[in-house]
Design a protein. Structure first.
Length: 850
């Protein structure tokens, strides 16, 4: 059986007291309602249902004093509850019991009063526009008819009522504190209050946008500015900065009393379970804004109001609810959105667009961004307890603008200095720096941009100075091409090229196997950047080109992006290698035009990819076959200039005109082939080292490989096949099944084979021969104690030599049968070569015989 709460028991006794004080014969529902007004649980429900408790108390008191005068009796007997009074209590108890709760509160009794439809108590509640549905909705789900009431509601069950919260609710109702602003308090954030408490950073710059905003707000109608710009350029900061300037008095007199409220769309939608809840809340917000002459509504991400609160099949959403007030000038609204959402959602509703005045918020320039960060620097220094130098601020802006290409200033620069300060918190207190310089900024940029730290250093002279030497150490015979490539890269790093172009666009031409692709690979390794390689033989058809930038809309996979655009987006600083470019479809050349000219490429999703930090390298064999043909006439036996003729025929003039350089690769001379042999041998040695095999190649073998593997037309690739055929095949059998199974040494020389031909001879030396004696030493040491105890042996030469300085009666020279018996045991052990066990078993027998 459920029990009554303490507050409900007091309320019932108070109802009977009201009747006794007035000498009423019966206690009616009106007495009970008058007592429930003082009950904290019932009062909380009334407050949530927007009941004027003061008015209700006066109405019920007047009715009890005037209309219930016929209940006055001359007797001093206690008042008795009426049948309606009892039915309400019983109904509340049954309802609580059926719901599985253990306590009946004043809120349950208040709901039960509505069942007595003919009573004045129910009439008085309905007169205050309170319904049973409103009360049940608040008790069960916490949904208040009055905005903001659910925040202070105490959940009633088996717990005791919270008198503090109940008194606070009553004080809010009785005092009428900020009455008429409940919706603004519940669903909006007062930016002026945030500015007063110092929770808003100052606005640096943006004077043009601020002046334009003030001008639009002063209009008679359609006084609604709309900020449109890329994410991170500072749209929200303008609205917050305007609120800070209003608080500080740094605005014209017409806006001196303005208060900016930021609408929280999440709070507005939260808890709207039923049709009409959202519309009611939004209308309440608009009504309260209309009642405040200086109020300005700020809606961040204003495109979210389109479709917000709309039901299936209905056109009534938040934007349509706001249109009448926006058009008439009843409220002033500031909105912000991005270009993408503006085109996708906002621009389609022309009726909504015409009610706003568009203000484009562009990305600030690098000097402006530096000034913005200098203004915000004290706030970050105070928070992180560190200092930032001016060089650090400048480096944060310049390096983020260069390497973090998918975001905008000043947001990305602010994130850089913030994360740099946060990185110091991870260090021990003794290791933390008090002042952060551009070195720490560079490390943060490297982490955020996913590139090696040395590539973002402003002083990378060492890498550039030794670039040609590093490339010559791994690519042989192409010094002219390497010099041209390094000179072009140094030109780009010196800042002497156009800023909107890639670092370099080069076309490597020459015969196959001379190192064109290898130069690109080693360049990426030397610079410490990613290598993106695309084999153009996969893009010979027209439709395959769409794989690079994405399929057009309407085709399968159009929303998945392209291989080229996604690769550069993930690795913005890279070496892009397009191998065998002459095999690609001509449509690919047209795509590369904008990459080489403007340093950007747009995929089919509309995303613009930045190629300004890309080194573009294309390789081609065009003209190599013509150069290999013998020249007609006297003089040189080779054709000269035919490769350029083939390149001019293959590539259009506008394509060639955008290249930084066409770098020719010549055929490899015989001397270079010896160096290439050494390179292949070093690679083979690295592979054999994992299996504990050493490789010894004689000078005669190097000459034989260079002679057999040299082909002027084919380059160095035939050499790899010769090494595989004459060395690796036989070596594989030795590694798997032969002498090199457990390691060893391989010696390669030139000699006569079994078939009479002269070629390479492999001599495999197993590593097991020197290892086996080491394994015999361990058991040999265990024999020593047995031989030492067999000192009396004088009959054999072996035993008399080993014990030197032995003690005991065996040294007397007399024959001892036991000693002679013992001497036979080591002899047998040596003969049988079963060292570890027989001597150890013989040792304990000696004391037993004694």
């Amino acid at each position: 059986m459920p029990s009554f709460s303490n507050s409900l028991e007091k309320a019932i006794h108070q109802a009977l007291t009201y009747a006794n004080e007035r000498h009423h014969e019966y206690a009616t529902l009106e007495h009970l309602l008058l007592a429930l007004i003082e009950d904290p649980d019932a009062a909380a429900v009334m407050g949530a249902c927007n009941v004027d408790i003061d008015q209700l108390r006066r109405t019920v008191s007047d009715y009890v004093d005037k209309e219930l005068g016929n209940l006055v009796t001359g007797y001093d007997e206690d008042s008795k509850p009426t049948s309606g009074f009892q039915r309400v209590i019983q109904r509340a108890v049954i309802h609580v019991q059926s719901s599985g709760r253990e306590e009946v509160t004043g809120a349950n009794v208040l709901v039960a009063i509505f069942a007595e439809r003919e009573s004045h108590a129910a009439y008085f509640l309905q007169e205050q526009e309170m319904t049973r549905y409103d009360a049940v909705n608040f008790i069960s789900h916490g949904i208040a008819k009055r905005p903001g009431a659910e925040e202070g509601r105490t959940v009633r069950g088996a717990e005791e009522p919270d008198p503090d919260s109940a008194k606070a609710d009553q004080a809010g109702e009785e005092g009428g504190k900020k009455k008429g602003q409940d919706a603004l308090t519940a669903y909006c954030v007062n930016l002026n209050e945030k500015a007063k408490t110092g929770r808003i950073d100052p606005l640096i710059g943006r004077m043009e946008e601020v002046n334009r905003t003030i001008q639009i707000l002063c209009r008679r109608s359609k006084n609604n500015p709309l900020y449109v710009g890329d994410p991170g350029v500072g749209k929200t900061a303008i609205a917050e900065g305007l609120a800070k300037r209003i608080v500080e008095g740094d605005v014209p007199d017409v806006l001196s009393d303005a208060v900016i409220y930021s609408l929280d769309m999440g709070s507005l939608l939260a808890g709207t379970r039923y049709r009409g809840d959202f519309e009611e809340r939004l209308k309440q917000v608009v009504k309260e804004l209309e009642d405040l002459p200086g109020a300005v509504l700020f809606i961040d991400e204003i495109h979210t109001v389109i479709g917000a609160g709309a039901t299936s099949g209905g056109a009534m959403d938040a934007s349509n609810l706001l249109k009448p007030a926006l058009s008439s000038g009843a409220i002033r609204c500031i909105g912000s959105t991005t270009y993408k959402e503006y085109r996708q959602f906002f621009e389609k509703d022309r009726a909504l667009v015409r009610r706003f005045q568009k203000i484009d918020v562009a990305e600030p320039t690098i000097p402006d961004a530096i000034e913005i960060l200098k203004g915000l620097k004290p706030y970050f220094e105070e928070y992180h307890k560190v200092g930032y130098t001016d060089d650090a601020i400048k480096a944060a802006v310049e390096l983020s603008a260069r390497y973090i290409t998918d975001r905008k200033l000043p947001d990305k620069a602010i994130d850089v200095i913030d994360e740099t300060g946060a990185a110091q918190m991870l260090l021990p207190e003794k290791s933390r720096k008090k002042t952060l310089t551009d070195v720490e900024i560079e490390n943060t940029i490297a982490t955020m941009a996913r590139i090696p730290a040395k590539t973002v250093s402003k002083d990378d002279e060492t890498v550039l100075a030794n670039l040609d030497k590093e490339l010559r150490s791994v690519v042989y015979g192409q010094d002219t091409a390497i010099d041209a490539l390094t000179a072009a890269i140094r030109l780009a790093r010196a800042g002497l090229r156009e800023p909107d172009k890639p670092i370099g666009s080069y076309l490597f031409s020459g015969p196959t196997g001379v190192g064109k692709t290898e130069v690109a690979k080693q360049l990426a390794s030397s610079l410490g950047v990613e290598l993106l390689r695309f084999d153009m033989s996969e893009y010979m058809e027209r439709h395959t080109v769409s794989r690079l930038i994405g399929a057009p809309p309407g085709y399968v996979g159009f929303d998945q992006g392209g291989l080229l655009t996604d690769g550069v987006d993930q690795h913005p600083y890279c070496v892009l290698l397009l191998d065998e470019i002459e095999k690609a479809h001509p449509d690919l050349f047209n795509i590369l035009l904008q990459v080489m000219d403007h340093g950007s490429l747009t995929d089919h999703n509309g995303k613009k990819i930045d190629f300004r930090n890309v080194i573009l390298i294309m390789t081609t064999n065009a003209g190599a076959s013509d150069m290999a043909k013998a020249a007609i006439g006297f003089g040189s036996s080779k054709r000269e200039g035919d490769d350029m003729e083939a390149i001019n025929r293959l590539f259009t003039p506008e394509f060639r005109n955008r290249l930084d350089a066409i770098i020719p690769f010549g055929a490899l001379p015989v001397k270079v082939i010896h160096m290439v042999v050494q390179k292949f041998v070093m690679q083979l040695e690295a592979q054999l080292a994992e299996r504990n095999v050493t490789f010894d190649l004689g000078e005669d073998a190097i000459g034989w490989l260079a002679d057999k593997g040299y082909d002027e037309r084919m380059g160095a690739r035939p050499l790899g096949r010769v090494i595989q055929e004459n060395i690796k095949k036989e070596l594989a059998n030795e590694l798997l099944f032969g002498k090199l199974k457990h390691g060893g040494t391989v010696k390669v020389t030139v000699g006569d084979k079994d078939n009479g031909t002269r070629g390479l001879i492999l001599e495999a030396i197993s590593a097991e021969v020197p290892v086996k004696p080491k394994k015999e030493k361990a058991p040999a040491r265990k024999r020593a104690p047995a031989k030492a105890k067999a000192k009396p042996k004088s009959t054999t030469t072996r035993t008399t030599r080993k014990p030197s300085g032995g003690k005991g009666p065996s040294n007397s020279g007399k024959p001892d049968p036991e000693a002679s018996a013992k001497s036979e045991e080591p002899k047998a052990a040596v003969a049988e070569k079963t060292a570890p066990r027989k001597p150890s078993s013989a040792v304990p027998k000696v004391p037993r015989k004694k």
